[in-house]
Design a protein around this ligand. Structure first.
Ligand code: NAD
Ligand code: GLY
Length: 356
């Protein structure tokens, strides 16, 4: 089992290993589990040795990252009689983590949250670092808070029941983490994509551990994204626009991130920031082996959505990372070295988004 420290204003640990759910320590105060209707029947009983109220169950999927669902969750926390000493235990993927973290930061001005991520994506990224959000019609994750959890327990056994498409999606964020801060991880994954997709527990544990180490370094240095943490948004200006234009939930987040990575690499090559000209092809090949689209046109074909450039550009101008309506991008110098907060001229963005 691995344990990685996040040196936030209030430090906490990310525990990674098989079987962790059955070993969770009893949280402080009254405790409520938040989960979705796919995950709860699979894993809620692994927490049955804990004293908790009836779980709050929401529908699976991105649509649950909404104000309507948030309001329902807050109401159910009150109905369960949770007071300020309470803890919300978020059991599920990134949707449950983002929604649960936001509910915990709002309920009675803040109760504890513990994350038990059950998707690859939520283990390597969303459960760590304290970002919470729901989506608005006008943009992805536009309403949210920073709410660091008390602890994170990533039970890698839960990955065994993940749909293959959701496992693939997680690899979008895995490749992102490697490009940001662990160039060797790319090399490590390249020869064993089959084991990755077969869900080999040892391989996945190593991947989760290495990605969380990358995130821990970044978040520990810049908890609230004043500067360095922006690197974690690599690929995300493109990805959030793709998700919004396609309709939330139509294209999994990690798949949109994968295509966003390719576009960011192409942008870096165009402005001659990218020092390693073999990297876009190498990342494209790796994405293909992992069953992810290797470029925007392939995503258009697979999703049956035209993802029209003007609509994507409009969505980008409203992105959280925009400054005065001009979108900002994270660009890559070489694997393991990225440049946050870069503007790109509109002509270049348009040509990157234009079908070839
Ligand atoms: P998700 O939570 O929607 O889970 C994907 C699907 O897998 C759901 O249908 C879920 O019910 C199912 N599922 C979850 N665990 C399972 C398991 N062990 N076995 C079988 N099925 C399981 O999606 P996700 O990819 O985990 O998360 C995506 C969300 O995370 C997006 O909303 C994205 O914006 C957010 N995100 C947040 C951050 C952050 O820093 N807060 C970072 C990255 C992504
Ligand atoms: N997923 C981006 C961040 O946590 O900052």
């Amino acid at each position: 089992m691995a344990q990685i420290a996040i040196e936030a204003s209030r430090p906490y640990a990310v525990h990674i290993g098989p079987g962790l759910l059955t070993e969770l320590p009893q949280p402080d105060g009254p405790t409520v589990i938040l989960s979705d209707s796919t995950v709860a029947p699979l894993y809620a009983d692994r927490l049955s040795n804990l004293r908790t109220s009836d779980p709050i169950i929401v529908p699976p999927g991105e649509d649950s990252k909404s104000f309507a669902t948030l309001e329902r969750v807050l109401g159910e926390l009150a109905n369960a009689g949770l007071d300020r000493s309470g803890t919300l235990l978020a059991l599920g993927g990134g949707v449950i983590g983002d929604l649960g973290g936001l509910a915990a930061s709002l309920y009675m001005r803040g109760i504890e949250v513990i994350h038990c991520p059950t998707t690859l994506l939520s283990m390597v990224d969303s459960s760590v670092g304290g970002k919470t959000a729901v989506n608005l019609a006008s943009g992805k994750n536009l309403a949210g808070t920073f709410k660091q959890p008390q602890a994170v327990y990533a039970d890698v056994e839960t990955l065994g029941t993940l749909e293959i498409e959701e496992l693939r999606s997680g690899f979008g964020e895995v490749i992102k983490s490697a490009l940001i801060g662990d160039a060797d991880l790319l090399e490590w994954i390249e020869p064993q994509t089959e084991a990755c997709l077969a869900g080999d527990p040892e391989v996945l544990t190593e991947i989760v551990t290495r990605c969380v180490r990358v995130k821990a370094r970044v978040v520990s240095a810049d908890e609230r994204e004043a500067g360095r943490r922006k690197v974690l948004n690599l690929g995300h200006t493109f990805a959030h626009a793709i998700e919004q234009v396609a309709g939330y939930g139509e294209i999994p987040h990690g798949v949109a991130v994968a295509v966003g990575l390719v576009l960011a690499l192409e942008a870096g090559a165009e402005i001659q920031l990218l020092e390693d000209s073999s990297l876009p092809g190498r990342v494209g090949d790796l994405l293909e082996k992992l069953g992810l689209p290797r470029n925007l046109d392939e995503l258009r074909e697979r999703s049956g959505n035209s993802l029209a450039p003007p609509a994507l550009q409009r969505a980008m101008s409203l992105d959280k990372k925009s400054a005065q309506g001009s979108p900002r991008f994270v660009l890559v110098r070489r694997a393991g070295s990225v440049e946050p907060d870069s503007p790109l001229n509109e002509g270049l963005i348009e040509s990157l988004l234009t079908p070839r």
